[in-house]
Design a protein. Structure first.
Length: 203
């Protein structure tokens, strides 16, 4: 059973619908006790970094997430803002992140010729940097749907799972041990998103 963390700043319904479509049992969770019982976790998120961390803190979910993922080793997939919350912090705010992947989020710079529009919004192809169970069966160049103004910078190059290009090459996916992050929205990415979520369900 996949537990999708519902903390008020995420599109949980869309993710649950996609998981149902691929036949993966899933449930929305929002309490520490539910996190402690989870077998796999998805941490979605939209909006600002500090709002996300404040919502998790107010619900008492920060320490249970760290315990189940960092100590018990259950799989976690962070999506969009959820991926950024995996790091130590963000230029967007002042609060510390979950610290599960070494790195922080920075804003796309809007300069250049032609000027780069921020946020980055639309379809973009991935370039995988190494093999991963989450990318099994996905061709290099698989396209996913992005909406974001900030992107993750890993401290350890080995944690970069895939990149995409928008003015610059940026980190589109991370993986460190049992922790994965996707900057894009697999629940909005049609067959490629379905394949990625199916791989996560099979972990």
């Amino acid at each position: 059973m996949i537990a999708v963390v519902s903390y008020g700043v995420s599109n949980v319904g869309s993710i649950l619908n996609m998981l149902k479509k691929i036949g993966a049992p899933a449930v929305a969770v929002s309490t520490p006790a539910e996190i402690e019982r989870a077998e796999k976790l998805i941490l979605p998120g939209i909006g600002a970094f500090d709002n996300g961390m404040t919502a998790l803190t107010d619900l008492g979910l920060v320490e249970p997430l760290k315990h189940r993922v960092g100590q018990d080793g259950i799989p976690l997939l962070g999506i969009c803002l959820g991926m950024q919350l995996l790091g130590s912090g963000s230029e967007e705010g002042v609060l510390p992140g979950l610290g599960l992947v070494n790195g922080r989020s920075i804003r796309f710079r809007s300069g250049g010729v032609p000027p780069l529009r921020v946020p980055h919004m639309g379809w973009n192809a991935l370039a995988s940097h190494r093999e991963s169970a989450l990318l099994c069966g996905l061709d290099n160049g698989a396209r996913f749907y992005f909406v974001h103004s900030y992107h993750f910078e890993c401290e350890r190059p080995a944690d970069v799972l895939a990149t995409a290009r928008y003015g610059i090459e940026f980190t589109a996916m991370v993986q460190r041990d049992n922790v994965w992050g996707a900057q894009f929205h697999p629940e909005k990415s049609h067959r490629y998103g379905m394949a990625l979520l199916r791989n996560f369900a099979k972990l």
